[in-house]
Design a protein around this ligand. Structure first.
Ligand code: NAD
Length: 338
């Protein structure tokens, strides 16, 4: 029997998680929830998802908009084995009380603090930590991106120290209220940014310091990493390890993929749902080892890289699969991930 999964918060991440769960053969979506009767709510119903409302007093608004609802979020939680909480950051603590009251497991997103669950998740870095647990938190898009490329480096050569400069997108493509529109904003204008400590919640013991900037783009984040290795590595061996690792792609500027815009075009050519690029692309030419220090540049499609990790996190919590690599392979196959 398929596990019954609910998505609380059908926005940028939630709608993608709903489709990704629907593509698996061991889990199904029993409902998604919304606060507003907007186009996403209409689209959820159009796609065949049962729609539940987070604010019961708004039932009339959904009715007036002609959107059929199946009940309230509380009804949805009761029917589920696990809730994927995709509400905006900091809504999580209130919801956790509801999940606890119903004895329902839950996965959270990177907008929530690690302390909410005391456990964070990345498929490649620490799948086994979440097996059979009640609650976990899939780390943010940026942290997922770093965990994907750094975990195999740590396993093969050992990491003394990481320094990373994160160039972050100002907002998601639909967010016309975000910025900057013009200018480069140190964000925060101090060192370190929160990204390093967040990585340590899944890649424990790693010594990392991060700096972050916001720039006027919506397509992707971009990372520049400098990694002091425990053991000297050859460039070709590093490339080889990443090429064998799924969810990481070595792509070449020489092939015309000279920017994040190129990567997004590449995802379109792959024919992906919503043009998503679930994998972390690394510029092949940027990979270099100088005096025992590895350098590379990568990008992160912030709207989608955490989506396969959410599917794996569900499998870990519900013990549908105890072996992380088997779950990764299963999710990849169902979603066409390279
Ligand atoms: P979003 O604003 O696109 O979607 C959130 C959805 O939740 C909206 O549909 C909103 O109507 C709904 N909502 C708000 N309050 C709710 C409530 N109380 N109950 C139920 N639904 C409610 O946000 P998002 O970008 O999908 O972010 C969700 C989480 O994922 C955050 O923790 C965020 O930090 C994290 N995240 C976002 C990105 C990204 O780039 N967008 C990437 C990785 C992780």
């Amino acid at each position: 029997m398929k596990a019954s999964i609910a998505v609380n918060g059908y926005g940028t991440i939630g709608k993608r998680v709903a489709d990704a769960v629907s593509a698996q053969d061991d889990m199904k979506i029993i409902g998604v929830s919304k606060t507003k009767p907007d186009y996403e709510a209409k689209m959820a119903v159009h796609k065949g998802y049962d729609l539940y409302i987070a604010i019961p007093e708004r039932e009339k608004l959904f009715d007036e908009a002609g959107i059929e609802i199946a009940g309230t979020t509380d009804d949805m939680i009761e029917k589920s084995d696990l809730v994927v909480d995709c509400t905006p950051g900091n809504v999580g603590p209130e919801n956790l009380e509801k999940y606890k009251a119903n004895g329902v497991k839950a996965t959270y997103q990177g907008g929530e603090k690690h302390d909410l669950t005391g456990l964070s998740f990345n498929s490649i870095a620490n799948y086994s930590d979440s097996v059979g647990m009640e609650y976990t938190r899939v780390v943010s898009c940026n942290t997922t991106g770093m965990a994907r490329s750094l975990t195999p480096i740590s396993k093969n050569w050992g990491i003394k120290k990481v320094r990373a400069v994160m160039v972050r997108r100002g907002g998601d493509p639909y967010q016309v209220n975000k910025g900057p529109i013009n200018g480069i904003v140190p964000n925060p204008p101090k060192v370190p940014s929160h990204h390093g400590p967040d990585l340590e919640t899944v890649l424990r013991g790693v010594d990392i310091t991060t700096l972050a900037l916001l720039v006027p783009t919506t397509l992707m984040h971009q990372h520049n990493l400098m990694v002091e290795l425990e053991n000297d590595a050859k460039i070709d061996d590093v490339i080889d390890v990443w090429e064998k690792r799924s969810r990481v792609l070595l792509l070449k500027a020489e092939d015309g993929l000279t920017s994040t815009a190129g990567f997004m075009e590449y995802a379109k050519e792959l024919g992906r749902n919503r043009n998503d690029l679930y994998e972390i692309p690394i510029w092949r030419e940027s990979v270099n080892v100088v005096d025992g220090e590895l350098f590379y540049m990568q990008a992160v499609h912030q709207e989608s890289d955490v989506v396969p990790e959410n599917v794996d996190a569900i499998r870990a919590l519900l013990e549908l699969e105890t072996d992380g690599e088997k779950s990764i392979a299963k999710t990849n196959k169902a979603m066409g991930i390279l």
